[in-house]
Design a protein around this ligand. Structure first.
Ligand SMILES: *Cc1c(COP(=O)(O)O)cnc(C)c1O
Length: 512
């Protein structure tokens, strides 16, 4: 396929619109010295180019996408319609808050809904993704300890089954990471946890159900042990799809958490598109939340709520934006933000304005559509589908943990790898030729040759049956002709790229 720079011809472009006659004003300093070499293509060519690119990828609209831990469920189109409404798209973050009461209401209602779903008291919608939420939540924990003069708490405990972002975020936030081994059930080893906690414990990061798809039965005991040692408990909300509307991290004893709106609350994701990772916390951490939160003018005098110094809106609307009070701190470097957090409490903005607003609108539309009955129904559907598929695959594949699972489960190909050199990668690649996006591979790290399967609640029984059949056939094929398994996929635009070079030496600019 040609790159966009290799298409078109000089002078070609779209001339549907008349030339703009408004005089162009700009600060001279911002002028570029050389003209930018942009592709010169017709609108038809452009449209075909992107359609062709879209055809080369696999998304939830193309077929089954059981990518464990990522919750690749179907995104109802009504969410897109809501997010495309001009009242949501034709706005500016610096607009007077009296003009955007609807948008502020969405933000405020969303905070309330997320608090209710998670069992928390306060929420920021600013973080742009799950990992960003982790970082934000860890800064809250840090600010809390620092505010109490408890500055020796430098260690964050992370189980060895954790998502890689957990230890990475902890390190980014300036903590030392303490790894603890899981027990043979894939859950937290209580004795190991007791040995790990102490006066230097800042907190624990955990996801429940965990990364092998099991709900930790000791969760209340785990959070109690950490609290008793003076630490806080951070909940990685990526697996919320299994429990939403049924149980809540706040009730399990967690103090702060993120949600991945792009996973649990059905916003299109993958390929690094816009995400949203709101952070919810208990009341005692609320004062540290990043700026720019929507507050209701009705209860502006409550604890932790700022009173606006300047009266922006004469008609005194019900809702106003807290930015009037705190101002914008985007320009600050992280260490300055932390410095400021020591001085004033709040950790400072982690992103500009109110986060990825339209992603939040999509998730809000989804939550309202499902409602009180639909949210737990989606969770139970996800758990049922995962168990159905796990049961269907059991005659063929070895389960890493042979127990009733939550929304996902992990199989291991360790034996196959040992006996006939067929790896998890080989099976994953072979599935591509059958129109199935492979499950997550080689995660969690505690399972060798892992494939992590998450069917989600939006797949039908027919789809699951067909997928079970294909998984079984691919494994059978690997028994009969193991050496052939290294040659798949054959029906996709690219087969087996050099992933190390792609990650270490990516080519991201076109050399003319
Ligand atoms: C996806 C995921 C994350 C990170 O979330 P992003 O939105 O991708 O940054 C963290 N933990 C777990 C368990 C996840 O599955």
């Amino acid at each position: 396929m040609k790159l966009i720079f290799e298409m078109g011809a000089p002078g070609r472009g779209s001339e549907l619109l008349p030339v703009c006659k408004t005089p162009y004003k700009s600060q001279k300093v911002a002028f570029r010295k050389k003209t930018l070499r942009l592709p010169e293509v017709s609108e038809t060519e452009l449209s075909r180019h992107y359609t062709e690119l879209a055809k080369q990828t696999h998304g939830v609209n193309d077929g089954f996408y059981p990518l464990g831990s990522c919750t690749m469920k179907y995104n109802p189109k009504v969410n897109e319609e809501a997010a495309a409404l001009p009242g949501f798209t034709q706005i500016h973050p610096l607009q007077d808050s009296s003009d955007v009461q609807g948008c502020l209401t969405v933000l405020s209602e969303m905070e309330k809904a997320l608090c209710e779903i998670t069992g928390m008291d306060a929420c920021t919608l600013q973080p742009a993704a799950g990992a960003h939420g982790e970082f934000t939540g860890l800064l809250l924990m840090k600010a809390y300890h620092v505010s109490r003069g408890d500055i020796a708490r430098k260690k964050i405990i992370v189980p060895d089954s954790a998502h890689g972002t957990n230890p990475a975020s902890a390190a980014m936030a300036g903590f030392d990471v303490v790894n603890i081994a899981s027990n043979e059930d894939g859950c937290v080893d209580l004795e190991a946890l007791k040995r790990a906690v102490g006066e230097d414990t800042a907190g624990l990061m955990l996801t429940n159900p965990n990364t092998v798809g099991l709900f930790d039965p000791n969760i209340a005991e785990i959070t109690r042990i950490v609290h008793e040692a003076g630490g806080l408990c951070y909940y990685d909300g990526a697996n919320l799809n299994a429990i939403m509307g049924i149980t809540r991290p706040g009730d399990m004893g967690f103090d702060v958490m993120h949600l991945n709106l792009h996973k649990t609350f059905s916003t299109p994701h993958g390929g690094g598109g816009p995400g949203s990772g709101p952070v919810a916390c208990k009341e005692f951490l609320a004062e540290f939340l990043p700026g720019l939160r929507v507050i209701s003018a009705k209860n502006r005098s409550g604890k932790g709520q700022m009173v606006s110094g300047k009266s922006g809106c004469k008609e005194d609307p019900a809702i106003r934006c807290e930015n009037e009070v705190r101002g914008f701190r985007d320009e600050l470097r992280m260490d300055e933000v932390l410095e400021e957090c020591r001085a004033s409490g709040a950790i400072g903005d982690v992103r500009s304005f109110c986060g990825n607003f339209l992603v939040i609108v999509r998730a809000y539309a989804y939550i309202l559509t499902l409602g009180r009955e639909g949210i737990p129904e989606a969770a139970t559907g996800a758990v049922l589908n995962a168990n159905y598929m796990m049961h269907g695959l059991k005659p063929y594949y070895r389960m890493a943990y042979d127990r009733t699972c939550m929304h996902e489960f992990v199989v291991t190909l360790e034996q196959e790898k040992h006996d006939r050199n067929v790896s998890a990668l080989d099976i994953a690649k072979a599935l591509l030729d059958h129109g199935i996006h492979p499950p997550t591979m080689y995660f969690p790290l505690i399972v060798h040759e892992a494939l992590m399967i998450e069917p989600t609640e939006t797949e039908s029984r027919e789809t699951l049956d067909a997928a079970i059949q294909i998984f079984a056939e691919v494994l059978k094929q690997s028994e009969e002709k193991p050496e052939e398994m290294h040659q798949y996929p054959q029906a996709t635009p690219i087969g087996r790229p050099d992933e190390v070079s792609a990650a270490r030496k990516p080519v991201v600019r076109y050399e003319f």
